[in-house]
Ligand binder design. Sequence first.
Ligand SMILES: [Zn+2]
Length: 151
Amino acid sequence: MGGCTYQSRLAAYHDGELPPERRREVQEHVAGCPACAAELERLRAVSRLLQSARAPAMPEDMAGRLHEALVPARERGIIRICRAVSLAAAALLVVCGAWLLTGRPDGAASAGPLAEWEVAAVTLDPELAQASAEEATALWLVSDLSRENGL
Ligand SMILES: [Zn+2]
């Protein structure tokens, strides 16, 4: 604190970061400047406090155990997000597919019956192309669920 121009150099002096010439200069100044001497003593007190409060060393095997515990947890989180995204995508696909097969969801008739190639393009499955919209939705759900359960 105070208005002494040396105050800004005291931290570097305290940390031993000044070249020898500047270090000697600051040392001589501090000897004759009570404000800088007090500030330097304050820095030393803080340094002592930090040293005495230093955290105990981490046990050697702890880093490895933390890593082992964290990696699977993170992977589980990513898998959960992927599953949620793919479920949302599957739901959107079912809704859009049903919409395309039956007409608009507001009940209005679609422009006309879909050509067989249009149905096949949406379903990508010739079996589904022959099925009604309800059957197609049911088949999608069954195939999606059985894939998820590894059947
Ligand atoms: Zn000073």
